[in-house]
Write a protein that binds this ligand. Sequence first.
Ligand code: SF4
Length: 285
Amino acid sequence: MTRLPGWLRRRHSLSELHELKGVLRSHGLSTVCEEARCPNKAECFSKPTATFMILGDSCTRDCGFCSVKSAPPLPPDKDEPRRVAEAASKMGLKYVVVTSVTRDDLPDGGAGQFAETIREIKKHLPEAGVEVLTPDFGGSKDALSRVLSAEPHVFNHNVETVPRLYATVRPQADYNRSIGLLRRLKELSPETNTKSGLMLGLGESFEEVLEVFKDLRGAGCDLLTVGQYLRPTKKNLPVVEYIEPEIFKALREQALGMGFRSVASGPLVRSSMNAEEMYTGNVSV
Ligand code: SF4
């Protein structure tokens, strides 16, 4: 599977890319946009919007679809929350997304750093929306409460794929733990918007995807993203199938019919793409 179908090819204008990269580098920050080689980088950076990656660039897990390096991480940087907030303010962001690698090595899985980063962003940008895309914190209720205490507007945790494929796609994760996390979020904070997402093209069936939608709705999930998996490096899982845009449209209709408040479903859709539009409900894909 080498040649990308037409609907997945994008033109990049480098100017915005470099300008924003300058801001990020001057604050010693990285984005998942760059680490995960996202195809929408130029479009998002031109808005500008970006997804800040905290807690370092080494993950304690090794998911088959991800190009983030799997290695023993460094201790959390206490000054990072302030730097993220300063960079977001310098970029003039109205909506800020924060994510991280998985830190199974930390007692709270990094929840404290997420909470501090949310608070710093709210101090620097009181009007901005803040969304967190978190790991599963090993299913820890305390970790969830710690992040929720900083009151993010949207709490995102991706299930990524269907349960049958977890062993190859997310071997250190657990599907029921991820669904359980989303359910617990709603129990702990019913007013917080919860969000999740899947990548397609790894061998799942249409019916399996609908079953995941049902589980997510059963857990009270409000927002949903569905996109095409793209192989970031030769070391990652091969693409099994390039899903036609019509299938994404059909899935979107099914998901809206199940009661999701906002659904973005399309070949180039990513978890944090159009995040602000999803939060405000103005999504068209
Ligand atoms: S846990 Fe997240 S950052 Fe780590 S390998 Fe998996 S997808 Fe990548």
